[in-house]
Design a protein around this ligand. Structure first.
Ligand code: HEM
Length: 503
C-alpha cells in the first residue's frame, strides 16, 4: 500500500477494522438474540478438537446444549444438532433439504450442477443389482483377482490394506456397473479419473477453498474425459448383439434418453459417477477397517471363523474356502454384520448436512430458514448415556435401546414384556432405530446399505476363509482430525501379514 496517498490511512484503518471484526466474529461469541442458539467460539472448537477430535461434538453438546452455531472460515455459519435429545426432531423435520445442502457444499464439483436429485435412479440401480444373480460372483471374482496380486498370492505381506481395498471396491463397481475390467486400459483410466473427483478429499484441501474457480475447472475437465469414455463404451456395448447382464451404462442411458433429457450422456455420467462416489469411499474404508480389526484381535478372528464354519457347514476342504455364500447364508452371518455396524459406529466422523426450507425451533432456540444445519453422527454414537461407559471401545456384542422415530423406546415387533430391553444395533430394519445412524436416518438414509452389506460380507467371508490375518508391526490406522465425512481414511499405511490356511 502507498501510505503517501491521502486515502491510504483511512483505507488501512478500515481494512484493519474489517479484519478485527472478522476475527472477533470467528473467535468469540457474537451478540445474540434471546432465542438464538449459543455460539461456539472457534478457539473453543479447536481446543476440543486438539484434546480429542472424536468427542468434540459430545463436548459441545455438554457445554452448549443440543443446538449450537459455529462459524467456520470459508464455509460460513453452520447450525449444529447434537446428541440423542434432538435426533428424532431433526429427522422428523420435513423442511430439511438434502439436495440444497449437497449442492451448496459440492455443487460445481459434480458432473452436472443443474441435475435434479440423482438418488431415485441410484436406488434403482442398487435394487436391480441386489436382484442380479451374477453380482455375487462378480464380487467373488474380484476378491479372487486381488488374492492373486503381490502380497496376497500364497500368503505374504500386504503393504497398504486401505489401498488394496480401494482397488477391490473400484474393480467391483466398474465390473458391476459398466462391465469394465479394472485392469483394462479403460478401467485403469476410469479409476484414475474417479480418484481426481474425490469430493471428500477436495473439500479437505485448503487450495480448493482459496481458489474454488480453478479447482472447479480442473474437476470439470476430468468429467469431460469421463464422458467421452462413457460415450465410447456406450457405442460399443449398445451395438453388441449379446448384451451382458451387468450393463447398467446402457440401461441408464436408454432410460434417461427416453425421458427426453437434453444431454442424456451428461445425465448418465452424473448418475454413474454418483453411484461410484457413494459406493466407493465408505465401502472400501469400512472393508479395510474390518480386516484391520480382525488382524488385530485373534479372539474376534476365531469367532468369525467359527461363524463361517457354522453357516457354510455343508462345504468341505477347498470348496469351503471358495464357496460364494447365498443370500440366506449371508443373512445368517450375524456376528459379521454386528462387527460391520460397530466398526462404522466408531470410524464414521460424519456430519449429515441439510439446508432448512422453513424456520426450525428446538430447545428454546430458533434457526432461520435458509440456514445450513449439520447433525453430527458421533454426537449420538459416542454418547455414553446410550452406548455406556465403554462407548469409545469396539464391542460387536454391545446392545442399545431401540428408539422409534416418535421417541418411543423398544422394537415395535417386540412383545410388551421385552419391548424396553436393549437390542443389537443390527436389529429392526435398517434406518429405524434412531439411536443408530450408521447408514443414516430420516428421509435421506443410505440407499446402498444392503448392497454394501452384501459386498462386504462376501469379501470378508472369502478373505478370512483363505487367510489367517495379522497386523503388520502392530500398526493401527491413524485418523485425521479434520475429516468430518464418510469413514476415516487413515493418514498412515497399514499393512497385513497373511498366512494361507491349509485345506
Ligand atoms: C459401508 C458403506 C456405506 C456407509 C457406511 C454408508 C453410509 C451412508 C450414510 C450415513 C448416508 C446418509 C448421509 C446423510 O444423512 O447425509 C448415506 C447416504 C447415501 N448412500 Fe451410503 N453408505 C455406504 C455405502 C453405500 C453404497 C454401496 C451405495 C451405493 C450406491 C451408497 C449410496 C448412498 C446414496 C445414494 C446416499 C444418499 C441418499 C439420498 O440421496 O437420499 N452408499 N450413506
Amino acid at each position: 500500500m502507498d501510505f503517501s496517498s491521502p486515502t491510504a490511512i483511512p483505507a488501512a484503518v478500515a481494512a484493519g477494522a474489517i479484519a478485527f471484526f472478522f476475527l472477533w466474529g470467528l473467535l468469540f461469541a457474537s451478540p445474540k438474540g434471546k432465542r438464538d442458539p449459543p455460539n461456539v467460539s472457534l478457539v473453543h472448537f479447536v481446543r476440543l478438537l486438539l484434546r480429542d477430535h472424536r468427542t468434540v461434538f459430545i463436548e459441545i453438546n455438554k457445554h452448549y446444549g443440543p443446538v449450537a452455531v459455529i462459524k467456520i472460515p470459508l464455509l460460513g455459519k453452520i447450525y449444529l444438532m447434537l446428541g440423542s435429545q434432538v435426533v428424532n426432531a431433526f429427522h422428523r423435520t420435513k423442511a430439511l433439504n438434502f439436495m440444497k445442502a449437497v449442492s451448496k457444499l459440492t455443487g460445481h464439483f459434480t458432473p452436472d450442477p443443474q441435475a435434479p436429485s440423482g438418488t431415485p435412479e441410484i436406488a434403482m440401480i442398487v435394487n436391480r443389482m441386489l436382484a442380479d444373480p451374477f453380482v455375487p460372483s462378480h464380487i467373488a471374482d474380484e476378491v479372487k483377482t486381488m488374492t492373486q496380486r503381490d502380497g496376497w498370492a500364497k500368503g505374504g505381506e500386504v503393504v497398504d490394506v486401505f489401498s488394496d481395498c480401494y482397488d477391490l471396491v473400484m474393480a467391483i463397481n466398474l465390473r458391476c456397473l459398466c462391465d469394465v475390467a479394472a485392469q483394462s486400459k479403460t478401467g485403469m483410466e476410469l479409476k484414475a479419473l474417479v480418484m481426481k473427483t474425490d469430493i471428500e478429499r477436495l473439500m479437505q484441501q485448503l487450495g480448493t477453498h482459496l481458489n474454488r474457480a480453478k479447482a472447479v475447472r480442473e474437476v470439470q475437465d476430468v468429467y469431460k474425459r469421463m464422458k467421452a469414455i462413457l460415450q465410447e463404451l456406450y457405442d460399443e456395448k449398445s451395438a453388441a448383439t449379446t448384451k451382458s447382464s451387468n450393463d447398467y451404462l446402457v440401461w441408464i442411458f436408454d432410460r434417461v434418453a427416453a425421458q427426453g433429457v437434453d444431454d442424456p450422456m451428461q445425465r448418465t455420467l452424473f448418475l454413474l459417477w454418483g453411484f461410484l462416489f457413494a459406493a466407493q469411499l465408505n465401502t472400501y474404508a469400512n472393508l479395510a477397517w474390518l480386516l484391520v480389526r480382525i488382524a488385530h484381535d485373534p479372539k474376534l478372528a476365531a469367532r468369525l471363523m467359527d461363524e463361517q464354519r457354522d453357516v457354510l457347514a455343508q462345504y468341505k476342504g477347498t470348496d469351503f474356502r471358495d464357496a460364494i455364500p447365498t443370500v440366506d447364508e449371508l443373512n445368517r452371518m450375524s456376528l459379521l454384520e454386528r462387527v460391520m455396524f460397530e466398526n462404522i459406529r466408531l470410524t464414521a466422523p460424519g456430519v449429515a448436512f441439510r439446508v432448512l426450507d422453513e424456520d426450525f425451533s428446538f430447545n428454546d432456540c430458533d434457526i432461520p430458514a435458509g440456514s445450513m444445519v449439520g447433525y453430527s453422527h458421533p454426537s449420538l454414537h459416542l454418547d455414553e448415556s446410550i452406548y455406556g461407559a465403554n462407548a469409545k471401545e469396539f464391542d460387536p456384542d454391545r446392545k442399545v435401546q431401540f428408539m422409534q422415530l416418535d421417541g418411543k423406546i423398544g422394537l415395535p415387533s417386540a412383545g410388551a414384556d421385552t419391548a424396553k430391553e436393549p437390542v443389537h444395533m443390527t436389529e429392526g430394519s435398517l434406518h429405524t432405530n434412531y439411536n443408530v445412524a450408521v447408514f443414516g436416518l430420516g428421509r435421506h438414509p443410505c440407499v446402498g446399505a444392503k448392497f454394501a452389506i452384501m459386498e462386504t460380507k462376501i469379501a470378508i467371508s472369502l478373505i478370512i476363509r483363505r487367510y489367517n490375518l495379522l497386523l503388520k508391526d502392530d500398526v493401527f490406522p491413524k485418523v485425521s482430525m479434520t475429516q468430518f465425512q464418510g469413514i476415516y481414511r487413515p493418514t498412515n499405511k497399514v499393512g497385513l501379514c497373511l498366512k494361507e490356511r491349509v485345506y
